[in-house]
Ligand binder design. Structure first.
Ligand SMILES: Nc1ncnc2c1ncn2[C@@H]1O[C@H](COP(=O)(O)OP(=O)(O)OP(=O)(O)O)[C@@H](O)[C@H]1O
Ligand SMILES: O=P(O)(O)OC[C@H]1O[C@H](OP(=O)(O)O)[C@H](O)[C@@H]1O
Length: 195
């Protein structure tokens, strides 16, 4: 019996290079699944000001983040780009109770996320390198230097694996968004069948 058979819900972890459109694709799906009680878009805790970017997150200071981490507030936490990110510990219980939870993850933290949650689904959002560069420059959230660091960030190769689905967002957002919605629906159907 696999962990998926034992766990009614699924954690869908969205990863991919900076600028590929993880937040945009998740936002598209969140509008589609609005008021669906079994679908949860996880609000991350991040040491980033709340007015930076489109992601709705809980913004905390570095000291507050460390206090929360020590108190066991996170199912998993990681660091990247000089920031700390945490997934609230309550999410594990919600997945165990049958919800389909969707979170913006990290390629580098995938092994730790798998270790914490067991059987997960991974959605890799990709886009051509030139598209990434253009989008990050246009978004304007980071300095030119930081954009360059993001474009050249070295991460483990996670494109293969039975739990991995690739979604190309080089083109229109609604095309990638619908592919992602279909992925969520597939996992949701598994939950309903095992109930
Ligand atoms: N399909 C698309 N077509 C045009 N612009 C897009 C598309 N998808 C995303 N964008 C834009 O590209 C920029 C990067 O998107 P987004 O912030 O969603 O990426 P991300 O993968 O979450 O990046 P990061 O990891 O840096 O947070 C944003 O300004 C967004 O509006
Ligand atoms: O490069 P990898 O390890 O995939 O991801 C590192 C971090 O970068 C992105 O965060 P942000 O929202 O752009 O700050 C991701 O969401 C992740 O938390």
């Amino acid at each position: 019996m696999t962990a998926r058979d034992e766990t009614p819900g699924t954690l869908i972890v969205v990863v991919g290079p900076s600028g590929a459109g993880k937040d945009s694709v998740m936002g598209f799906a969140a509008r589609h699944f609005v008021e669906q009680p079994d679908i949860l878009f996880v609000r991350r805790v991040i040491t980033r000001p709340s007015d930076a970017g489109s992601e709705v997150h809980e913004s905390v200071s570095a000291a507050e983040f460390e206090d929360m981490r020590r108190a066991g507030a996170f199912a998993i936490s990681w660091q990247a780009h000089g920031l700390s990110y945490g997934i609230p510990v309550e999410i594990a219980g919600k997945v165990a109770s049958g919800m389909t939870a969707i979170v913006n993850g990290s390629r580098a933290a995938l092994p730790a996320i798998r270790a914490a949650f067991g059987d997960i689904a991974v959605a890799v959002i990709t886009a051509d390198t030139l598209v990434l560069a253009r989008r990050l420059a246009q978004r304007g959230r980071e300095s030119e230097e930081e954009v360059l660091r993001r474009l050249t960030r070295q991460t483990p190769d996670i494109l293969a694996g039975p739990d991995v689905t690739l979604i190309d967002n080089s083109g229109r957002l609604d095309i990638a968004g619908r592919d992602f919605i279909a992925l969520v629906e597939r996992h949701r159907a598994k939950t309903h069948h095992s109930a």
